[in-house]
Design a protein around this ligand. Structure first.
Ligand code: FMN
Length: 365
């Protein structure tokens, strides 16, 4: 078994998989279920100065993810402070308390949640693109707290790297990226209405649909700042966590997969991560952290697709998908015409049998 433990801003997590702020951590008991499901750390649903009153309906499953317009916790902050955080702490795992939104809100909330928090996570979802409110919120949290302050960034029109740099400069101890993406629109053609309520029916996209966006943001941010990055967005399987860690994340949060597959998903992802590390000869999760931060090697860019005879069964998927008509099936074997091939690489990922490899070549001088 690999050592999955990670340390972030001085906090030790037994494994790097934790819930993201959302319905799976909507109260203390729900948080305990995430712990029982194998999470290595805990995050509580964002609270603000008042209980949220989201429109209904506010969550819908669409292809490859969810759309939601759920806002923050529907429980008032007093309820969390009087009951829910104490229940969550029974798990004995590090607890990151999610807070929103303005500096005034944070200044009011932070001293009250302090007894329960190993760290806080400031949601920037509803404070706009301008850095000033985020910087002020960080200042308010730092003034009131002696625990790490993480800042969660939303991929709006926002320049994520700039926002992360501004958060770091303002004293943030870590970045959480990304929140759900949007606004987006999902329509039910039968009812002719948006799936979500509210004045315009718009919502926020999460789940596998945003994984590649999250990976890009995590890597860009990890390249730009020195503070740790917690990756979130579309993680459902151990291999997704592997990719997040490689992109520079120190740990991974999960929301949509826990909603679609239950809270056992945290342990499942951790076990799959463990198995992948074992199979690839790594002793610790920390060893793969940031290994994909570098650029593309020149020999890789100069590579070509090469078919292996044994796994290829001539199924025609690669030939049918080749936009350049560079592949033919000859006696149940894919044959690539390198004169017609433009090295787009699609066939490598299109093959279901792993029969086409991208083989690096000496770069042309
Ligand atoms: C229904 C729902 C409610 C959410 N509520 C919050 C929230 O209160 N605070 C927050 O920071 N993010 C919230 N999120 C965003 C998630 O924490 C997470 O950043 C996003 O969904 C991407 O991760 P995922 O693809 O694993 O779901 C919510 C997401 C969903 C789907």
């Amino acid at each position: 078994m690999a050592d999955l433990s990670v340390e972030i801003a001085g906090i030790r997590f037994p494994n790097p998989i934790m819930p993201a702020a959302g319905p799976p951590v909507r109260d203390g008991r729900a948080i305990l279920r995430c712990a029982a499901g194998g999470a290595g750390g805990l995050v509580s649903k964002t609270i603000s100065r008042y209980a949220a009153e989201p429109p209904t309906p506010n969550i819908a499953e669409i292809g490859h993810g969810l759309v939601n317009t759920e806002l923050w916790s529907e429980l008032p902050p007093e309820r969390w402070i009087d009951h829910e955080y104490a229940i969550a702490r029974e798990a004995g795992l590090p607890l990151i308390v999610s807070l929103g939104y303005s500096a005034d809100d944070i200044a009011w909330l932070a001293p009250q949640i302090r007894p329960f928090a190993d760290a806080v996570e400031l949601s920037t979802h509803y404070i706009g693109e301008d850095a000033a409110p985020m910087v002020a919120a960080i200042g308010a949290a730092k003034a009131a707290l002696d625990v790490p302050v993480f800042v969660k960034l939303s991929p709006l029109g926002r320049e994520m790297v700039l926002a992360a740099e501004q958060a770091e400069a303002a004293g943030a101890d870590g970045i959480v990226a990304i929140n759900s993406f949007g606004p987006v629109l999902a329509i039910d053609p039968e009812t002719r209405l948006p799936h979500l309520g509210g004045s315009d029916g718009y919502g926020w996209l999460s789940g596998p649909a945003i994984k590649t966006l999250a990976l890009r943001c995590v890597r860009d941010i990890a390249r730009a700042v020195r503070i740790p990055v917690i990756g979130v967005g579309g993680v459902s399987h151990g291999i997704d966590a592997v990719e997040m860690l490689m992109a520079g994340a120190s740990a991974v949060q999960v929301c949509t997969a826990a909603m679609l597959h239950g809270t056992g998903v945290f342990g499942k992802i951790a076990n799959e991560l463990d198995a992948w590390l074992d199979a690839h000869g790594y002793a610790t999760a920390a060893e793969i952290q940031g290994v994909a931060l570098g650029g593309m090697p020149a020999a890789w860019s100069a590579g070509i697709p090469v078919v292996s005879e044994e796994p290829c069964n001539g199924c025609d998927l690669c030939a049918m998908s080749c936009p350049y008509e560079a592949i033919a099936i000859v006696e149940r074997l894919a044959v690539i015409d390198l004169a017609a091939c433009v090295r787009c690489g699609l066939c490598v990922t299109r093959c279901r049998r792993g029969a086409i490899d991208w083989v690096p070549q000496a770069p042309v001088a």
